[in-house]
Design a protein around this ligand. Structure first.
Ligand SMILES: CSC[C@@H](O)[C@@H](O)C(=O)COP(=O)(O)O
Ligand SMILES: [Zn+2]
Length: 196
């Protein structure tokens, strides 16, 4: 796949998320699947509202950069876990919003019920339902954290997204556009919960 197309979509997502206040400082990271063995992912330490094509690198599903001197996102293994878990996942987006940070410090799962925007989440066709977004304890050992996420997702393959406590949201989709809609829907519902 030409890496320019997913890179441009991820750059646009970063600009939107930064305008919304969801990727402050160097927080957040973004990726897209290139094929069955490789992903395009943001380099570590970039400002996600000001990404350029040179801020991306290609990595394998173990998170190892391919032909790049740049360091991949510190959280690359969390992206790799999702691509390995489900071949239908084509993009992964991670945000650090006020709403996801505050809610995840208070709750061990974020229950979303009765929202029209729930229909943006996988397999949901009505507002008249409830979804639990799991919250995992934060951990600077990303290999250990990705193993925790993987065990949860094997137990509950319907997991629509997850939040790391005091840290941020991980959401995904078949492509960058769908992952972005889901982030927008989830951040909207989280903001509603915060104001409720
Ligand atoms: C420096 S604070 C944010 C990081 O620790 C991390 O949570 C994050 O989202 C961005 O890390 P990055 O390595 O730039 O992808
Ligand atoms: Zn983060």
């Amino acid at each position: 796949m030409n890496i320019n197309e997913p890179a441009q979509s991820l750059i646009a997502a970063g600009q939107l998320f930064h305008q919304r206040g969801w990727v402050p400082a160097t927080g957040g990271n973004f990726s897209a699947r290139l094929d069955g063995e490789r992903i395009l992912i943001t380099a570590s330490g970039c400002h996600k509202g000001e990404l350029a094509a040179s801020d991306f690198l290609v990595a394998d599903f173990d998170g190892k950069p391919i032909d790049s001197p740049r360091k991949a996102s510190y959280e690359t293994l969390l992206h790799c876990q999702l691509y390995r878990h489900d071949p239908a996942i084509g993009a992964v987006l991670h945000t650090h919003s006020i709403a996801n940070t505050v809610l995840s410090r208070r709750l061990d799962r974020i229950r979303l019920a009765g929202y029209e925007l729930l229909k943006l989440l996988p397999g949901i066709g009505t507002h008249d339902t409830q979804v639990d977004v799991p919250v995992f304890a934060n951990d600077q050992d990303i290999a250990r954290l990705s193993a925790t996420v993987d065990a949860h997702m094997k137990r509950d393959p319907q997991t629509p997204a997850y939040v790391i406590a005091g840290h941020g949201l991980y959401a995904w989709g078949a492509d960058v556009a769908q992952a972005r809609w889901r982030v927008e829907a989830l951040e909207f519902m989280f903001a509603c919960e915060l104001h409720a």
